[in-house]
Design a protein. Sequence first.
Length: 486
Amino acid sequence: MSEQSTIHYERTSPQAAKITFVNPPVNLIVGETVRRLTEIVEELAADPDIQVVVFDSATPDFFYNHFDLAAAADFPSSDDEDAVPVWTSLVLALSKAPYITIAVIRGRTRGGGNELALALDLRYASREKAIFGQPEVGSGLLPGGGGTERLPRTIGRDRALEVILTSDDYDAETAERWGWITRVLPDSELDAFVDTVVARLASFDRTSLAAAKAQVNRASLPPDADLVAAYSEFAPSLTLPGFLIRAAGTQAIVEQAGIDFEYRLGEYIGIANQQRLCPTRNEHGRSGSRGSARLLPEPGRVERAADQGCALTPLPDGRSNGASPLPWEDARRHIRARSAVIMLTTGHNQGLSPEDAVMPLASQPVGRRERNKQDKLDRICAAASELFALHGVDEVTTQQIADKADIGAGTLFLYAKTKGELLLLVQNAAYAEALERGRADAEATPGTLDAVLAIVRPIVECNRAHIDNGRTYLREMVFGDPKEPR
């Protein structure tokens, strides 16, 4: 295991193990998290002694949080188009594992984190610190990790609809009352209680434990195909206009809220959506929402910050934002960058200027994750460019492009959902290069008219390179996808 892994595995006894997640400041689930969990689960499947596995977190105030959507392109995927998605395979394997899985939830768990917790057998939560939610719909997305399949079976259809459709946060006592979790305990008693359960189960016969779990699974688990279908619907939702617009719209709120945005995500999702419908003028003369006056730190954050030795960080208007493990600018960029990366990797900007879309990332060091995304995008564009030039856009399939780029079709979909969008990427890059050539020629050309013609000539040559591709490009630019909502 790499020292930089977000997952730490510990064998606490011959029959028990602990898997600890740590990805500060807010425990977002990234591709490496999924890969490492998959490796551990595959190894445990062949372990004849393991009986109990505990999942917990070492990041204060957060269990497994939601997916880091800025890193969506880094999530593991199979090159086999018909293969079960890796995340779906992971949660299915945990539900059916021949050992008992226990979640110790001491903090926020939302989206993919909540779906991971639902895949575990027993869920014990801190009364004071645990928060639950499925924020996808309020963000313009669809759940895809099992929430829509497991929650109705756990808390009932109507309550599952409330949780999923409102995208709000729910406290631990509500979760226990609804049957969302196994039991809620005072935070000071949580670890001791779980230790007692682990010791008891570890002393039982392994075969009986596994067989009894399989019997309960037979009566309660959703069909595997339903979870596969849900993930296949989640991935395309990353390119929906409703999501992209909301991702951009949350930036102003993040500017004010900082890292508190993740602490009170359910509330801020509501504010962001209401702001789009009911704009008002705030005390600074800027457009805001009717709920903007409520953008205050969660009660008790200041006291917890002092206990944890965290510095308080000021908001732009001078108020305190509570505890933040990151400096203000780093925390702000950390969250803003996620929205910007999504728009960049999907080829959309939804009305933002290129400067607005890129600037939140400009001051960020280019890490391995970003380099990998750019490498995949370059391979996709190169493959599409070559195939479109040889055969024409109408004769090329997305599977052919994925094969030539040496990536999975699901990964390709994260960058462009249609051939039309791929053509826009390819043609725009060609036009940009042509324009640069034209400008260079114009600088060396005397006379205004001749200089203008020098600029235009390479662009015209681009259109003549493949007439049908040029026509398709213009149709996409003018009309777009006829199925896309306006």
